[in-house]
Design a protein around this ligand. Structure first.
Ligand code: PEP
Ligand code: MG
Length: 551
């Protein structure tokens, strides 16, 4: 048995087969298919999409680099239409009943080997081209089937690192656990693992090779350990532990339907953070009072094009309707920093976290912003939708945003489109916003404190840099004082204030937040019932007294 240690992202025990995910060269698994005709149609559609992509590339290259250099894309199109190549793929699908991905990958390898062994130098050079076109078709096929990585059974996913765009495209019900070699505790990949409520480790120096791939594994998210090829007795022991954890979770179920009220009668709202409509099941199962943060940028990250107004409207409407009148706070897109989206064509920056991200993109690309706002206002007719703006640093920005939102509202009304009256609030996640929170409170309906970024900007610690995890002091008094200040300023202006950063789910601070008068905590769905338990066991007045006596 091999044993590896990493940093803990989310507790719990996962037991299953390990899948090593290699970036860039996604492994294609052979799968038996039931319907060869449907598979042939998938292949044809993917091939046509690949040819269309190549045509676009050809035209672009023709303009930019001339006919001679553009010709390669014409050659690639011809290769894709080559009869021998096509026949080989189709034959494999029909006679071996394998998935199109596998047939394309094997054919690509086979043809490129043939070219590589040829005498003629020019023909030998074509080996790379065949590989290239096969990979293009594979990318389309994998995109079509809803994600870049597919598994036939639930797996423990082991990778070097995962970008948020890769994480969001994983088939979530097929991932038992994440283990990454790199990555920081505060990255969005870690946040997504928490939202999924699965055991996860990062910074785990496990080798990404055959000594691990395909082997049986156990992840213990409570101790930060990954065990590969466990001995039978140890495996039994871990299965028993897993069972005990499930029983503990079961006990928490008794708290479903109960109020979030302290022993001395103080109420707090417990909402859920989501990134996707797929997270809604967990939200309902865990009895969330609403959605406190829907990270809408994941809708953008899942696609290779700007989501249309209609696509977005359908998603927001589904969330609003599913929550049946409970508050649903949707944050406008927070692209940039670690959340990169190719089609936004953002320039590379030296300090992306301090750069062109979130509302800064929206205010300089009003067409993108307005499309999202139209979808949000339309969805607000179908439930209790609230709109939240990220990365605010000034009153001026908020006024500009409110002006654009007003224009969008008027346009929709003039077009006779039904809209609701969504609350509009802002994230408090920069020190500037904290310091002027008295002024900002006059401009908006609510505040939600983004402690992940607020900690990053207050302590001058890049949340993406895993070397700094030890310095990223989530309980730093500067951050806690800021939270108190924001809540006080919000209440003085008659608005409510919540916390939607990861700190909101820290059980060691629940009492502190109650004592500060925080109105809402938005946490990953799996954390709602454990926090409700603490709330219901707390006597805020007694805790305040205890704190005063200590100082
Ligand atoms: C935060 O910064 O705390 C937050 C909730 O936003 P994100 O983690 O998506 O940056
Ligand atoms: Mg943030």
């Amino acid at each position: 048995m091999q044993e590896w240690e990493g940093k803990k992202v989310f507790g719990g025990i996962a037991i299953g087969k390990i899948y090593v995910y290699q970036k860039g060269q996604q492994q294609v698994r052979r799968m038996t298919i039931q319907d060869p005709d449907a598979e042939l149609a998938r292949y044809q559609a993917a091939k046509e999409a690949a040819v269309a992509q190549l045509q676009e590339l050809y035209e672009k290259a023709l303009q930019e680099v001339g006919q001679a250099n553009a010709a390669i894309f014409e050659i690639h199109q011809m290769m894709l239409e080559d009869e021998d190549y096509q026949e080989s793929v189709e034959h494999m699908i029909c006679t071996q009943q394998v998935n199109a991905e596998y047939a394309v990958a094997v054919t690509g390898d086979h043809f490129s080997q043939l070219f590589a062994n040829m005498e003629d130098e020019y023909m030998r050079g074509r080996a790379a081209d065949v590989k290239d076109i096969s990979e293009r078709v594979l990318t389309v096929l994998q995109g079509q089937s809803g994600g870049s990585v597919q598994f036939s059974e639930p797996v423990i996913l082991v990778a070097d690192d995962l970008a948020p765009s890769e994480t969001v495209q994983l088939e979530k019900d097929k991932v038992l656990s994440f283990v990454t070699v790199h990555g920081s505790l505060n990255s969005h990949t870690a946040i997504l693992a928490r939202t999924m409520g699965i055991p996860a480790l990062i910074g785990c120096p496990v080798p990404l090779d055959a000594t691990v791939d395909g082997k049986m594994g156990v992840v213990d998210g409570n101790t930060g350990k990954l065990y590969v090829d466990p001995e039978p007795a140890f495996l039994e022991q871990m299965k028993q532990k897993q069972l005990e954890e499930q029983e503990k979770k079961q006990l928490l179920q008794a708290l479903k339907g109960k109020d979030n009220v302290t022993l001395d009668g103080q109420h707090i709202l417990l909402y859920a953070n989501i990134g996707n409509t797929k997270d809604l099941a967990a939200v309902l199962q865990n009895d969330a009072g609403g959605i406190g943060l829907f990270r809408s940028e994941f809708i953008y990250l899942e696609r290779d094009h700007y989501p249309t107004e209609e696509e977005q409207f359908q998603i927001y409407r589904t969330v609003a309707e599913t929550m049946g009148g409970k508050r649903v706070i949707i944050r406008t897109l927070d692209i940039g920093a670690d959340k990169q989206c190719d089609y936004f064509e953002l320039e590379k920056e030296d300090n992306p976290a301090l750069g062109y991200r979130a509302i800064r993109i929206c205010l300089t690309r009003p067409e993108v912003f307005k499309t999202q706002l139209r979808a949000l206002f339309r969805a607000s007719a179908y439930g209790k939708v609230a709109i939240m703006y990220p990365m605010i640093t000034s009153v001026q920005e908020v006024r500009q945003i409110r002006q654009i939102a007003e224009e969008v509202k008027q346009e929709l009304q003039e077009q006779g489109i039904r809209i609701g009256e969504p609350e509009q609030g802002i994230m408090i996640e920069t020190p500037a916003a904290v310091i002027i929170s008295d002024l900002l409170a006059k401009e908006v309906d609510f505040f939600s404190i983004g402690t992940n970024d607020l900690t990053q900007y207050t302590l001058a610690i890049d949340r993406q840099n895993s070397m700094l995890d030890a310095f990223y002091d989530t309980h730093h008094p500067a951050v806690l004082r800021m939270i108190r200040m924001v809540v006080e300023q919000a209440h003085a202006a008659g608005i409510w204030a919540g916390i939607c950063g990861e700190l909101g789910a820290d059980p060691a601070l629940t009492k502190t937040f109650l004592e500060m008068g925080v109105d809402e905590l938005s946490v990953s769905p799996g954390n709602i019932l454990p926090i409700r338990k603490i709330v219901r066991e707390t006597d805020v007045a007694a805790y305040r007294q205890e704190m005063q006596e200590r100082t």
